[in-house]
Write a new protein. Structure first.
Ligand code: SF4
Ligand code: SF4
Length: 377
């Protein structure tokens, strides 16, 4: 395929290692081992190719990207090729010297995740004792280094009732932006869906809190609010459309249209070790599979929103309907929409089950056996 517009941003998952164990982590259940990580030179070659391809931004992610001892070299390399650099981090491995080294290397922005508004909840959800306090220190150091700061808050039924306090935390820590994102149910989030799914009432309250805070904090804090699909009437434009704006490279070098795409059976993702980024972006079978509108079934095919939301999320279509080629069931026009709503209502009802924490080596066997399609509905 020729004449494919260049991607805007590259999500560089430089490692799957992470000291936290968030039960909604978007990393795959079977995590690649540290030894399968691309080396420094390969990443630098990839950033060079990305800049040539037209990519403007690199988001360093993981896992926990600061687990790599060469992160400052990677940031410096990306900067040298003219790419905007953003670090997405849990913060717990950072200190003043490391932040200073990253700033000197050219880092331009930090996104720091918090699991809750206070230590007890934050440490429990992240599965890392002392993590919350460490993050507060790191947020202060990031601001002292002169770097702009975004706080990432992933919200769900077990922390949504603290949303006001989370927003207050972002203001107190002098963040420029807060990203409040409801859990996306793939990877570990799908395994833990019943433990994380909020009630409709919680979602409505949260949306009202964000609307009021956005008004009250105009000029102080910018809000990004990612609404939960399970109670939605229309899907989000997932990744701006499959293979349209973003590409994701996993620690071993596989290139994907989004970080959950590996959950889709039958797609072969090519590696930067075997092909150039440009070849993969323009011609690889996996990128072409759901790009544009040709692949779409009805009702998307004849819908006037088909080039707005691009049919929604393929991974979500797979998780709920068993087929990644279906219309995203978050859409009211999908014949599977009622299944999604029912799932949300059933799973948010009653006390949440215990978390299955994210860890290297995969989820327990009984959880792995969970079918892609929910057979209860
Ligand atoms: S979501 Fe949590 S466990 Fe997953 S990479 Fe981020 S901090 Fe680590
Ligand atoms: S039918 Fe398809 S294109 Fe139309 S709104 Fe629903 S998901 Fe979007």
């Amino acid at each position: 395929m020729t004449n494919v517009a260049p991607p805007l941003a590259l999500l560089a998952e430089v490692t799957y290692r992470c000291p936290l164990q968030c039960p909604y982590c978007s990393n795959p259940l079977e995590l690649e081992r540290a030894k399968q990580e691309l080396d420094t030179d390969t990443w630098l070659r990839v950033f060079d190719e990305a800049a040539d391809l037209g990519v403007l931004q690199v988001h360093f992610s993981g896992g926990e990207p600061t687990a790599r001892t060469d992160l400052d070299l990677l940031v410096a390399g990306a900067s040298r090729f003219g790419l905007y650099t953003n670090l997405i981090t849990s913060g717990v491995l950072l200190n003043e010297a490391k932040i200073s080294a990253l700033a000197t290397a050219g880092l331009e922005h930090v996104q720091l995740s918090f699991q809750d508004a206070e230590a007890a909840g934050g440490d429990r959800i992240g599965g890392y004792k002392g993590g919350h306090e460490k993050k507060i220190q790191v947020a202060k150091l990031v601001r002292m280094a002169g770097l702009p700061l975004t706080l990432n808050m992933v919200v769900h039924r077990q922390n949504l009732d603290h949303l006001e306090d989370m927003i207050r935390l972002a203001v107190d820590l002098d963040a420029h932006r807060v990203e409040i994102a409801h859990v996306q149910y793939y990877g570990w989030g799908l395994t833990n869906r019943a433990a994380l799914m909020p009630t409709r009432k919680q979602v409505e309250t949260a949306t009202a809190i964000v609307d009021r805070a956005r008004e009250r904090l105009k000029g102080v804090l910018v809000f990004d609010y990612v609404v939960p699909d399970y109670y939605a009437r229309r899907p989000k434009s997932c990744m701006g459309g499959w293979g349209r704006r973003f590409l994701n490279i996993n620690p071993a070098g596989k290139v994907m249209p989004c970080h959950a795409a590996e959950t889709i059976p039958g797609l072969e993702f090519e590696s930067v070790c075997d092909h150039s980024l440009s070849e993969i972006w323009t011609s690889s079978e996996a990128f072409r599979r759901f790009r544009g509108v040709e692949w779409m079934p009805e009702p998307c095919r004849s819908c006037d929103r088909r080039e707005i939301d691009w049919g929604g999320c393929r991974c979500q279509a797979l998780a709920v309907t068993g087929d990644a080629g279906n219309t995203d069931p978050a859409c009211e026009l999908s014949p599977n929409h009622h299944k999604m709503l029912q799932l949300a209502e059933v799973e948010s009802d009653g006390p949440p089950p215990a978390f299955v924490y994210r860890r290297m080596g995969g989820a327990p066997r009984q959880k792995e056996a969970q079918p892609a399609r929910d057979e209860r509905l």
